[in-house]
Design a protein around this ligand. Structure first.
Ligand code: LFR
Length: 493
């Protein structure tokens, strides 16, 4: 076609895709060019990422895109947060690329707090304490005397890594840097204090780049394979959640008193508000919310909730048992199952990375004094109800930090097409849910490239384009009363 396409490479923790975004008649249209799975790889006792496999798939997708579109305006990559590769002096891997669910970070929050106090870590970063954070991955490497720390010259978060492969230029993009818990969002730079306090090599942390930065054209070796000669690599918000939040079809951008919150619903559910600046307060520390950086200097005040991961992993359990269930069947059986047959907290530590999710949930039912799930439907339903109940808790926390109430919940990402979960969310939270767009992350990625290139003049204009292009589905709360009792029980889990 004659239109200009912007290519979004969007890598999530369970799948990746290359998507082309084209504006036609004032509307953004997306075309999924290539989809591929992204699964953690067990290596001995560790959990790692197959980053080279991803790179192969990315190049395949880019080649497919370049044969389809005559004009490609730019390319950019967004990925999940916190994970990284270490690169040595020769430009090779200094060590393995670990998955954040790898067990080596167990107990590392406590160890870090022995070196720098918990309060100082929070004051410096505003980031929630989670074992998956880059800071604890680094500390685990340090305490294990990992030789990679000695030979590494550069640390690249996953999106930065692929931008480096694409353009030949290293960068540390800010939205993903802000997920590491080593970055100071108020100063807009890495926290020297934390890096020194943990004894990490300061040279690994490069100058931070802003979303919208043009890294220059795709490097020749990649251009010859993909056909993207001369196409600029324009850094989006490399953190998938930051890209997704940009694509929320809200009327305003980073309001001081937001009337809406978002749930970026995928493997994780990221629930929070978009604010003009970080809210690094005692209350925020107490509730363990995070202040991650968004586009345009905004802050994403949010909490990680254990998302559709549980649902995905239950499916894996079923498949392992020779039961070829698909997602739609699972949702259907969940909708037919009796409500509240089992209450599970999606953030229970037992569910972070069990070998078999269904077994882990049965064990958790026993531990919390509940009956074994009477059917598979009960199990599926519990995964969704647990999320809705957690959203309800999280909404209360957000409102208590903001000091006012929130009217609307925007659900974007994969979970936005799960009507059962959206209705449960509206009911459990007693709020209007506005669901969509489903491809928010890829959309936000494309939008940021366009902002970077000056094709969109502002974030308001970017959001207006989202509203003009994608019709959301609205869910009104219907049956909220029945959630009161389960919410009380949920609080005791
Ligand atoms: C979502 C996400 C979250 C991050 C988690 C781990 O895909 O990026 O924002 O906390 O994955 O990287």
């Amino acid at each position: 076609s004659g239109q200009t396409a912007h290519l979004a490479v969007d890598l999530g923790a369970s799948s990746g895709r290359v998507i082309a975004g084209v504006v036609v008649d004032g509307k953004l249209t997306l075309e999924a060019i290539h989809r591929f799975s992204n699964e953690p790889v067990r290596v001995h006792d560790s959990l790692q990422w197959d980053v080279l496999g991803l790179w192969r798939e990315i190049q395949t997708g880019l080649r497919m895109a370049s044969s389809k579109y005559a004009h490609i305006g730019s390319v950019g990559v967004d990925t999940w947060g916190v994970d990284y590769v270490l690169i040595d002096r020769a430009g090779q891997f200094a060590g393995s690329c670990f998955n954040h669910r790898d067990r080596r970070t167990k107990g590392m929050i406590e160890r870090a707090c022995e070196l720098v106090s918990r309060d100082e870590i929070f004051q410096a970063t505003g980031v929630q304490f989670m074992e998956i954070n880059t800071i604890y991955q680094f500390l685990a490497a340090k305490l294990a005397d990992d030789p990679a720390l000695g030979t590494a010259e550069t640390m690249l978060l996953i999106g930065d890594y692929f931008h480096w492969l694409l353009s030949g230029r290293p960068s540390n993009e800010v939205t993903n840097a802000s997920t590491t818990q080593l970055f100071d969002p108020r100063a807009g730079r890495w926290s020297d204090k934390l890096i020194a306090g943990l004894g990490l090599p300061a040279k690994l942390f490069g100058e931070v780049t802003l979303p919208g930065t043009n890294l220059g054209p795709v490097q020749p070796s990649v251009a010859s394979v993909t056909g993207l000669e001369g196409v600029p690599v324009v850094v989006p918000a490399t953190h998938d959640t930051a890209s997704a939040v940009l694509a929320v079809p809200a009327e305003d951008f980073a309001p001081a008193k937001p009337s809406w919150c978002y749930i970026s619903s995928g493997t994780w559910s990221l629930m929070g508000c978009e604010l003009p600046e970080p809210m690094i307060t005692d209350r925020c520390a107490e509730l363990n919310f995070t202040n991650e950086s968004g586009v345009g200097g905004s802050t994403r005040l949010l909490k990680n909730i254990g998302g559709l991961w549980i649902f995905q992993q239950i499916r894996q359990s079923m498949i392992r048992r020779g039961n070829e269930v698909d997602w739609n069947m699972m949702v259907e059986q969940a909708s037919e199952a009796p409500p509240f047959g089992l209450l599970i907290n999606p953030d229970a530590p037992e569910l972070v990375a069990p070998v078999d999710m269904a077994e882990a949930i049965v064990a958790l039912a026993e531990k919390t004094g509940q009956a074994k799930p009477a059917s598979d439907g009960v199990l599926y339903r519990a995964a969704l109800e647990g999320l809705a109940l957690r959203y309800r808790v999280c909404l209360g926390m957000l409102e208590s930090m903001l000091g006012h109430s929130i009217e609307t919940i925007h659900i974007v990402g994969g979970g936005s097409v799960n009507a059962l979960l959206c209705q449960m969310t509206a009911d459990a939270c007693e709020r209007t849910v506005v669901a969509g767009p489903v491809e928010a992350t890829a959309i936000g990625n494309v939008l940021m490239q366009m902002v970077g290139l000056g094709k969109l003049k502002s974030f308001d204009e970017a959001r207006a384009l989202v509203r003009a292009s994608f019709e959301p589905t609205v869910y009104q709360p219907q049956n909220s009363d029945v959630w009161t009792e389960p919410a009380k029980q949920f609080a005791t889990l």
